[in-house]
Write a protein that binds this ligand. Structure first.
Ligand code: IFM
Length: 438
């Protein structure tokens, strides 16, 4: 049980759970096209245990049961993502009616259960046909995403409570094109510079497309970390500042100020697309809300052996989750306050927060993780950060990208042999809080 109560957050605060299409849907049938994660996962060495998403949690077929879990947990909202390759299998052009029908059923299923649909256009499942043309490295991605956004707007926009363009642009760009950890697995500064810009340019283009379709309540979901120096040496403080620029300020500055950190442009400038400056107005299109995904902090030290950005991360001393990430709720409080003081007065939603834990349905550490982070949200609100909602990551244990099914983030356990769902103590803690004070 949580010691905090729903009423501590005020009557209009939204509590939800979040998932993403590739991580739970499976259902790679009915006309769904291939995406970059299908081939990345099939390439030896990219994903632990050679896991992949063809079945995942079979949410494509089991969604009614999963929506019942959301309703019975007392949650107000469900943050899900549309699979671009399910709706437009080739990335552009022909629409897959079976995909449209699926999201119709899913969204109507939410509305029938009194759950608000929070949709995300892009949570990493880029159609392979677009990767064949350079994917996020190609400026045309803005038009491709814009056309896909129009389709989503036309078909579903009237029923969505909120719509986000991109989930975690840092992961789409840097993690996937510089660090090579996620699909398409590039480790190349030119690829990264292009993806870092195009992902935000495409976001702004998609906002325009959604608005043109009359879709309301639009935002983007940024993953932010609390970047800190490993010591108080000036060079480590400088390293933390570069880490902060790469992880946080590129995206916050781009979206809310139409500018990128100068220290990064010095390094990335030669690799940036021509005339990128002309896109900054689109990059910084006005939004209606911003989503922040928070998990941990980054601890940095100066590292002269690293090309480009002379920094590396060190392992911190705090208690860690099963992903090896330090548990640091204070970082969430500070980031929420920082975003609201330095970047925007828009409503903020914590669109993801949670932890990987060992398998089992008794997860007291996760209960306390959630409790401490919910308190951090309350502390941030007390400092005037306008936080309007909180989404737990995740409803279900699911495909954790390069970590496969080994890392379990769900508040509901999934037995991948039988697809049986079992609520964990963390689910019961939310249920207790949300039902008792509704
Ligand atoms: O599973 C991911 C999710 O897809 C994006 N945000 C972080 C989660 C945990 O790593």
């Amino acid at each position: 049980m949580f010691s905090i109560e729903r009423k501590d957050f005020g009557p209009d605060f939204t509590f939800g759970v979040a998932t993403a299409a590739y991580q739970i849907e499976g259902g790679q049938t009915d006309g769904r096209g291939p995406c970059i994660w299908d081939s990345f996962a099939k390439t030896p060495g990219n994903v632990i245990n050679a896991d992949e998403g063809s079945v995942a949690c079979d949410h494509y077929n089991r969604w009614p049961q999963d929506l019942d879990l959301i309703r019975d947990g007392g949650f107000d909202a469900y943050r899900f993502s549309f699979a671009w390759p399910r709706l437009i299998p080739g990335g552009t052009g022909a629409v897959n009616q079976a995909g449209v029908d699926y999201y119709d059923r899913l969204i109507d299923g939410m509305l029938e259960r009194g759950i608000k649909p929070y949709g995300t256009l892009y949570h990493w499942d880029l159609p392979s046909a677009l990767q064949d043309q350079g994917g996020w490295m190609n400026r045309d991605i803005a038009g491709w995403l814009g056309d896909y956004a129009s389709l989503v707007g036309k078909k579903f926009g009237d029923r969505l409570a909120a719509t986000a363009t991109i989930n975690e642009p840092w992961c789409v760009a840097f993690l996937s094109h510089f660090l090579g950890v996620h699909a398409p697995g590039y480790r190349d500064i030119r690829a990264a510079a292009r993806a870092m810009h195009h992902v935000l340019f495409a976001h702004g283009t998609a906002i325009d497309a959604l608005r043109a379709e009359g879709v309301k309540n639009l935002g983007i979901v940024l993953n932010l970390e609390k970047s800190e120096a490993a010591t108080d040496k000036p060079e480590d403080i400088a390293a933390a500042n570069i880490g902060d620029a790469l992880f946080n300020r590129w995206y916050l500055g781009g979206v809310f100020k139409g500018e990128y950190p100068e220290e990064l442009i010095k390094v990335l400038g030669p690799h940036m697309p021509d005339n990128w400056q002309r896109d900054m107005e689109t990059v910084s299109r006005p939004l209606d809300w911003v989503g922040i995904n928070y998990y941990t902090r980054g601890l940095y030290q100066h590292d002269a052996s690293v090309n480009g950005f002379p920094i590396s991360q060190v392992k911190g001393p705090l208690e860690k989750t099963e992903s090896g990430w330090e548990i640091y709720p204070k970082g969430l409080e500070e980031l929420l306050v920082r975003v609201s003081r330095e970047y925007t007065k828009l409503p903020i939603y914590v669109t993801e927060n949670g932890m990987a834990e060992v398998e089992g349905d008794n997860d007291p550490r996760r209960v306390s993780y959630y409790e401490e982070h919910l308190k951090a949200v309350l502390n941030a609100r007390a400092q005037e950060a306008d936080v309007r909602g909180y989404f737990a990551w995740s409803l279900l244990d699911n495909f954790e990208w390069a970590e496969g099914y080994a890392k379990r983030f769900g508040i509901v356990h999934v037995d991948y042999n039988t697809q049986e769902r079992t609520p964990k103590s963390s689910y019961r803690a939310f249920q207790g809080m949300l039902h008792n004070s509704k």
